[in-house]
Structures are given as C-alpha cells and as structure tokens.
Design a protein. Sequence first.
Length: 368
Amino acid sequence: MNKVKNQQKYIDRAYGTEPEWTGSEEDFDANDILKSINWYVTRSDKRNYKKWTLDWMKDKKSSWTKEDLDFAKRSPLKEFRTYGHYCRMLSRGFPQVPELTTTVDEHIKRLIALGKTKKESTKDKVVISPKERMENQVTELAGELMQICDDANQSIMNKTDDHKKVKIYQWLKGKQVGYKQAEMLALVFSPALAELDELVKGEDKQLMEGYSYLGKRQQKNLHKFMGDLVSDCLRYHGDNKTVRKKRKTDPKKVVAKVQYEKQSKEFGIKSIDPINILDSTKVVVYNTKYNTLSVYYACAGQTLSIKGTTIQNFDEDKSESRTIKRPKDVIKTIKNQSSLDKVWNSQHSMIKSPNGRLNANTVIMKVF
C-alpha cells in the first residue's frame, strides 16, 4: 500500500499539480497552453469537463447569458469532452488570448446550438465540420495513447518488460487511424519527447528533480519509449499518405474542338497540327481574313495549352499582334525565328495584345 502511495507521489511530482496562471499576460506564450493541455489530457477526469464549461459560462469574465447557459446544459456529456479543459484553464486565471478564447467560444456556440436543437425536439443532426471531426478523433486517440504511456511509465518504474511489448505502429494499424490523424498525434506527443530529450542530457536540474523517481537507466527507457511512439506515428503517416496523381489528359481530346484553317492556297501556307501547341513556349499564328500575325509567349515557368478553341497560359504583356501589309509576299517566308523577326520588324502597323482565340481563318504557322 505504501509502495503505491509512494509511486503516486512520484507521479504527482513528475506531472505537477493542476495548472493555474498567476503571472502577467506579457509572460504568457503558446508553450504554457501546450503544457497545460498535456496535463489535463493526462491527469484530469473527463467527467468534469461539462461542469468546467458551465462554470466558465457563469464566470464574470465571460460574456455568456443565462439563456445561453440553459441551452448549453441540454447538450449530452460527450459533447463537452473535447474542450472542457480549455474552459477550466480560463477559470483558473489563464489570459484570454485568441488561442484559447476563439476555441472556447466556437465550442460553446456549438453546445448552445445543440441545446436549442434538443429543446425543439427535432431529429436533425448537428453538422460537425471535417476539421472538428478530425480534432475529436485525435483527442480520443491521444487519450488512449496517454493511458498507454502511463502504463509504460509504470512498467519502467517497476522494472518490468511490459513496455517493450508495446508496438504503436501496430496499434495505429489496428485502430485504422488515418494518416493525417497519425501526424497530428506525433505533434501532440512531440513536446513530451522534447522534454525527455532535455532530461537525458542531464543539464536541467528542475527536470532531473521532477523525474527523480526514475533512475538514469529508467529515464533513458522512458525517453526511448516516447521516441519510438513519435517515430511510429510519423512512419505510419508516411506509409499511408496517399499522393493523388494528376491525371494526364489525352492531347487529342484537348485539341478536339480547336477551329483552325488547315491550308491557305491564297497565301501559300499550311497549318501544323494544333497538338503541337501543347507544352510549347511560343506559337505563331496568322489570320487570313484580317491579315493579322500574332505571336503568343507562354507565362514564365509554364507552357502553352488549349481550352476549347482558345490558347491558355500565354503572357498577355509579352504576346503581340499586328496587321501585315503585303502579306502574300512576306507571310510564306516565315520559316524560323530569324525570318519571323525580319517580317515583324519590317512592319509599321500598331502592335496590339491578342485574345488567344483560334478560328476557321487561323493558320498555325510555327511553334517553339
């Protein structure tokens, strides 16, 4: 009996007492929130979460009305389990920073909405967003892992090998945990691992005192256990992460609706297949009806494409269009970049920005 009491005493020393904030708001940071959340997830009784939420709603520092409180009371006990400890932290003097108040306010609003639904005796289910559902799943899984960690800690204290039999990867697999949830679990337990990293270095006297109920070998065993837990979560995430491959569209389908003039006997020129425009960086086209020569340049880091009968991904600032004089003499001479430059520079018509559209009068002359 005394041994159990002594073990509990050491555990209490390791985890500390219930968090309470007595410092100034300037000294408060995100690490204080994280440490406190870890304490409540590990040491608190989830049955208190409803009471803690309602106590905060009654608190003078909060802005909830009696009507809000009455609606929230009607929500089932399980609805309070996710964020009840946040309310407890605010009641115990934690500053009302956005990291806490935003989460708490959204949670309480949902409880009120659920209470109203219950009062009206409707059968409509409260819609929970995918993000909330995932957070709820992670909270429950983290609670189960915390219990596994407590059992491992007990095994290490008693110098048994029970903790060595725990395989977190297999546990995640058996629970069919999603890869995103596994990554979030790794983040939840990373602060505890970081603390044990500092402990095994032997430089932090406060940590060494807090874990003095364990010998050095036992501290290393606990450090290894927590390291394996985080590593398994990340490995499970990597093994199960699905990379969605972008489906490559058949080029023939992309250009199926393109309208263009295959050949112009009047100007002595022929079109190349519009499929050549795809993945090119520059295309030269000529409109035989309006005697307009257009040069399309792809945007930086991209290539040209086609949607319907319009060229896509072209740089509107660099792409140019101009009317050609004496086109029958010069258009057919365009064979390469040099001849294109010669024809273009010989003209004095106004340069305009092309709109990208192809039609039955457009000859696709050249791609680069």
